[in-house]
Ligand binder design. Structure first.
Ligand code: GLN
Length: 533
């Protein structure tokens, strides 16, 4: 029978619940257990796909095409657990399903449809979807902060769930903040007490507290938290801020006794914990042998999480080369009229990530021109590839005014155009070309060399594509399609011959990179940047 871990958060948001859940999953897997991870988000959007990156950070795409919360990126980077559409539910999605059943008129047999039991049943069913014979532990993260109105149905559902499957099969973990008050020179436990008290009022007694803190929590403070929150002292686990890397989180949780508590409390029979691979990767992060500087030229530079997986993937590539990757975040809009030379001076590589909308496009194109003409390693992703195509068309092929029809419907040279299958699409939510698609790599290409095989699968999220009508003209000038869809119609990867490393992809490789296994394209991009240095 599968065991369940529910993780809630208190005091403030942004405590790193996703990272903590991912770390728990990683630790259990390193004890030989089979884990699944899932997140509930209390907002009403059916998925984050329709939200601006400023609102919500990156949209993380799964193999099955689900557009999900970026915490699922942490799950996937830290564990081997397969992720599907069932791993991320929002309030909107839960209600959509309830309402569809109500409209169908056959599910609720004439009853009044209510939050309890109908919405809570729907939530409980969502947890059970992850349970099967191959699963030992399901970790479910409840988004939001205790005290929010909108997360109440989820909390009520997990309270009921523990009764349904037996309290001994469930573990409630509450992640909280123990702030340091400078003026008093003290750590404060009151917010944690209040947050746990709010949880207990709705019927959930946490088994374990993970306390985020900037400073070590002294013993007597731990005792105080234990007493007021009605948990054992050993169940008050400190999670201190990390200096070097998020990959230290699981190691520090082990040092603070989390792993043993989990196993004991859930009565899990497991092997011993072997995390030498993670110790090695943390060692690589802490003691790099080299350093490279990479400019990421994009549109949402001020938001830390807008290109989350891209930054993570650069780090992974750095780990593979024992290299510290210093990222220069360059606002694309600023790269205009000759500013490229000063903004990009001294960088060893330039990356243009994905995106939507017109703002910053000309700056991205200028940055790409700089990389192409100065022989600086360049990596374009999705919109980054589309901009590379436009740049080449304008500057080398002499197609004045060339553009993507996303930005200029009347362009004389629509080198990037709406995919045929997208033409009839009217609804915005979940209708892009999404998820994992196969791609064939050309012999002797940079891509083929990186992957070391002919066939790959990568994840997509776009509506526009390279316009095949122009392919021959591009290839004649050395701008070649090195990766295409199996039927040969869609260009998925382009490369520039005669340049040390200039490669751009229509898909999102950043969703398949791990700290213990850097994505081959990111790895070779950083390799090329290192070689240049
Ligand atoms: N806006 C472009 C498209 O829809 C690129 C999308 C992306 O970068 N994810 O095709």
């Amino acid at each position: 029978m599968a065991k369940h871990i529910f993780v809630t958060g208190g005091v403030v948001s942004s405590l790193g619940k996703g990272l903590t859940c991912a770390s728990i999953g990683m630790l259990l897997e390193h004890r030989g257990l089979r884990v699944r991870l899932q997140k509930f988000d209390p907002y009403i959007n059916v998925d984050p796909g329709t939200m601006s990156p400023y609102q919500h950070g990156e949209v993380y795409v799964l193999d099955d095409g689900a557009e999900t919360d970026l915490d699922l990126g942490h799950y996937e980077r830290f564990t081997q657990a397969p992720l599907t559409r069932d791993c991320n539910y929002t309030t909107g999605q839960i209600y959509l399903s309830v309402i569809q059943k109500e409209r169908a008129g056959i599910h609720y047999e004439g009853r009044t449809v209510q939050v309890i039991p109908h919405v809570t049943d729907e939530i409980k069913a969502a947890v059970l979807k992850l349970v099967n014979d191959d699963v030992d532990v399901v970790i479910t993260e409840i988004g939001g902060t205790i005290g929010d109105i909108e997360s109440l149905p989820f909390l009520e559902a997990i309270r009921q769930f523990a009764l349904d499957v037996g309290r001994e099969n469930c573990l409630f973990i509450h992640l909280t903040l123990v702030p340091y008050l400078k003026a008093a020179a003290e750590l404060k436990t009151k917010p944690t007490q209040h947050s746990v008290s709010a949880l207990r009022q709705i019927g959930i007694q946490p088994d374990l507290l993970i306390c985020r803190t900037e400073h070590p929590i002294p013993n007597d403070e731990k005792e105080k938290i234990a007493l007021f929150c009605n948990v054992e002292k050993k169940a008050v686990i400190e999670e201190r801020d990390k200096e070097f890397s998020i990959y230290e989180v699981p190691l520090s949780l082990v040092n603070n006794g989390l792993d043993e508590m989990l196993v004991k409390r859930l009565g899990l029979k497991t092997g011993s914990l072997d995390i030498s691979d993670w110790r090695d990767l943390v060692d690589r992060v802490k003691n790099p042998a080299h350093e490279v500087r990479i400019a990421v030229v994009g549109k949402y530079m001020k938001h830390r999480d807008a290109y989350k997986s891209v930054y993570e993937s650069l780090d992974h590539a750095g780990i593979a080369h024992r290299t510290r990757v210093v990222v220069h975040r360059v606002e694309a809009e600023n790269v205009t009229n000759g500013a490229a030379a000063s903004l990009l001076a001294g960088v060893d590589g330039i990356l243009v990530p994905g995106g939507f909308g017109m703002r910053g496009i000309e700056g991205k194109i200028e940055a790409i021109r700089y990389a192409r003409t100065r022989q600086i390693p360049f990596f374009g992703i999705c919109l980054g590839m589309q901009c590379a195509v436009v740049e080449f068309a304008r500057d080398v092929l002499g197609m004045e005014g060339a553009n993507s029809t996303e930005f200029d419907r009347e362009t004389p040279y629509p080198v990037i155009s709406l995919m045929e299958e997208q033409e009839a699409v009217e609804q915005r939510g979940g209708t892009m070309r999404l998820g994992s698609w196969e791609c064939l790599l050309a012999p002797d290409s940079l891509a083929r060399k990186a992957y070391g095989k002919e066939q790959i699968r990568e994840r997509h999220r776009h509506r526009y594509e390279f316009n095949d009508v122009y392919r021959a003209q591009f290839e004649e000038q050395g701008f070649v399609a090195s990766g295409v869809s199996p039927d040969g119609t869609l260009v998925e990867i382009v490369e520039l011959t005669g340049h040390p490393w200039f490669l751009a992809v229509q898909f999102h490789p950043e969703f398949k990179s791990k700290p213990t296994g850097a994505h081959p394209l990111f790895r070779d991009f950083i390799g090329a940047a290192l070689a240049r240095r």
